[in-house]
Design a binder for this molecule. Structure first.
Ligand code: ZN
Length: 243
């Protein structure tokens, strides 16, 4: 299984900021407060005795700074503000595509070269929103790609699975059941090809090693020699895999 987050969120009080959440960490070792923004995970470390109202005030004061860090580090906020208009940039298998909206005699969506072309019938309301059209199309493509790659790598590794499922997951890229059912998050298709291959190999290797032991990682390394690079890519940029 591959989760989105390496670190589990630390339990504690949470302050709701303007479009973000801040986890409060209380410690005896500090006399002043410090804010950290790392991969869209925001913490404020404060002295044990600090008052909640004072911490809230500090977060409000630092709100612009926090947002700037979030934007710079992950661009997640910028992506969530996407409006699916002409010229917008999207990623598919690591390639940057430009959204092109056209009128045609029928509704369609296709990738041609560097363009993601969406055709709608002039004067007629589209059956789905642009975002829905894109995500449904990407889900279909993800299904084809992941089935093909899983078959290919399963032969290479010398293992067999029972079924493949491609779906929407909130917090993981893939998983493998004891019964040999492999499930993938369709958003994997936004990542570059070597990352997609790493996720497929990772799940297939779980059919042999049902854990994350050194034996498991050495097996992954046999078929994905640069797996550490791909794993880091996912940890750093995984949250950007949205359309
Ligand atoms: Zn795993």
């Amino acid at each position: 299984m591959i989760s989105f987050f390496k670190r589990k969120p630390v339990p504690g009080d949470i302050i709701q900021g303007d479009g973000f959440e801040v986890v409060i960490l209380r410690t005896n070792r500090r006399k002043s407060a410090s804010i950290k923004v790392k991969e869209s995970y925001i913490t404020v470390t404060v002295p044990k005795w600090a008052r909640l109202s004072d911490i809230e005030l500090l977060i409000a004061k630092k709100s612009d700074w926090i947002k700037k860090q979030l934007l710079r580090q992950s661009a997640v906020i910028a992506l969530s503000q996407r409006d699916y208009t002409e010229g917008e940039k999207l990623y598919y298998r690591g390639r940057q595509l430009t959204l092109s909206l056209q009128n045609n005699s029928e509704e369609s969506i296709s990738i041609k070269g560097e363009q993601l072309i969406i055709s709608t019938i002039k004067g007629k309301q589209a059956t789905q929103s642009t975002k829905e059209l894109i995500s449904n199309h990407f889900k279909e493509l993800a299904n084809q790609e992941l089935v093909e790659r899983t078959e290919r790598f399963a032969k290479m590794i010398g293992t067999t699975y029972t079924a493949i499922r491609v779906k929407q997951y909130k917090s993981r890229w893939g998983s493998c059941s004891n019964q040999g059912l492999i499930s993938y998050n369709w958003r994997i298709i936004i990542a570059p090809d070597p990352v997609i291959d790493y996720i497929v190999i990772h799940e297939l290797c779980h059919l042999i090693e049902h854990n994350h032991s050194p034996r498991f990682w050495s097996l992954v390394g046999q078929f994905s020699p640069n797996y550490k690079e791909q794993r880091n890519w996912l940890r750093k940029k995984g949250l950007l895999l949205v359309i």
